[in-house]
Design a protein. Structure first.
Length: 289
């Protein structure tokens, strides 16, 4: 048993709640494309605050959407969000605790029927054996059912290349350090296995065909709405916090970040009017023959 989990989901729950609200428009766009008129059972695995579960429910005329997460605090947030946003009795939206792939058999039994759509966003990459997770999720599908994985894409950018503190390229070096941290985090998961191929191949190895990918540009130019602005400030704060003890950032970069993230400093990022959000998000889709 790992006494010190690499990611503390309880700590991150408020950010997942913000993300579910902030990404509402993106979820609706993707759900509109993914949900078919005959879909009656959809599952959002590693649901966070259930943002996508709710978007999928909005696209269904009747049936059931099950938001699944392994972590109790996250699931509580998902339940609160569902309670606050959902009241249409034609589509039932519920939250359920299960860890993928360990609890897949129990989850299949609780679902009681094969799923028309399984969605997993930024969840499978936290599982020690990602291929086992993808295969487990594919096993929840009915024939013709679709597994959609929102994974990969491009890292988010929020800051100008030169913020006037330290050396230019601060955010790119932070993203590179985050990538190293992520590799170390994955290697440190108990029974971690590498998956030396892409998500489309993982879907194929899970027996799905055809497999396609769609990538959307996520662009929010300045001035940012408050909820996005908060996330833009929190994202580097979380990453820099992780880097303090890893040695993955230079002392010069850490000093610059310390000032940029300090609301009492005259260079605080929160006072800038040129913050933006730019990223690309990929959704990989496989169909069960
Ligand atoms: C980065 S968050 C993504 C949340 C949400 N899907 C989103 O895109 O905003 C990853 C989520 O996966 C959940 N999770 C991590 N490992 C899991 C597992 N083995 N089974 C189910 N959920 C898991 C975490 O609790 C967390 O809610």
């Amino acid at each position: 048993m790992n006494a010190d989990p690499p990611v503390d989901w309880t700590d991150l729950t408020p950010q997942l709640v913000d993300a579910a609200r902030r990404d509402r428009a993106w979820y609706l766009t993707i759900a509109r494309e993914l949900v078919g008129p005959a879909d009656r059972l959809a599952v959002d695995v590693g649901c966070g605050a259930a943002g996508m579960a709710l978007a999928v429910a909005r696209m269904m005329t009747c049936g059931r959407v099950v938001a699944v997460d392994a972590h109790p605090a996250v699931l509580d947030a998902a339940r609160d969000h569902i309670r606050a946003e959902w009241s249409d009795p034609r589509v039932r939206v519920e939250a359920l605790r299960a860890a993928i792939p360990a609890d897949t058999a129990a989850l299949r039994e609780t679902l009681g029927a094969p799923a028309d759509l399984v969605w997993a966003s930024a969840a499978v990459h936290h599982v020690a054996d990602q291929q086992a997770a993808v295969t487990a999720l594919a096993g929840l599908l009915a024939p013709g059912g679709r597994l959609a994985l929102a994974e990969g894409g491009l890292p988010e950018h929020h800051l100008p290349w030169d913020v006037g503190l330290g050396e230019p390229g601060l955010e790119m070096r932070l993203n590179a350090a985050q990538d190293c941290w992520f590799a170390q985090m994955r290697a440190g998961l108990p029974d971690s296995r590498r998956m030396p191929y892409g998500w489309t191949e993982a879907l194929r190895q899970a027996g799905l065909s055809p497999v396609t990918t769609r990538t959307t540009l996520d662009e929010q130019p300045p001035p940012l709405p408050d909820i996005v602005r908060r996330a833009v400030l929190e994202a580097p704060a979380g990453r820099v916090g992780r880097m303090r003890t890893t040695g993955l950032l230079t002392a010069t970069d850490l000093d610059a970040w310390n000032r940029l993230l300090d609301p009492t400093d005259e260079r605080w990022l929160g006072d800038r009017d040129d913050l933006f959000r730019l990223s690309a998000r990929s959704v990989h889709l496989g169909v069960r023959p």
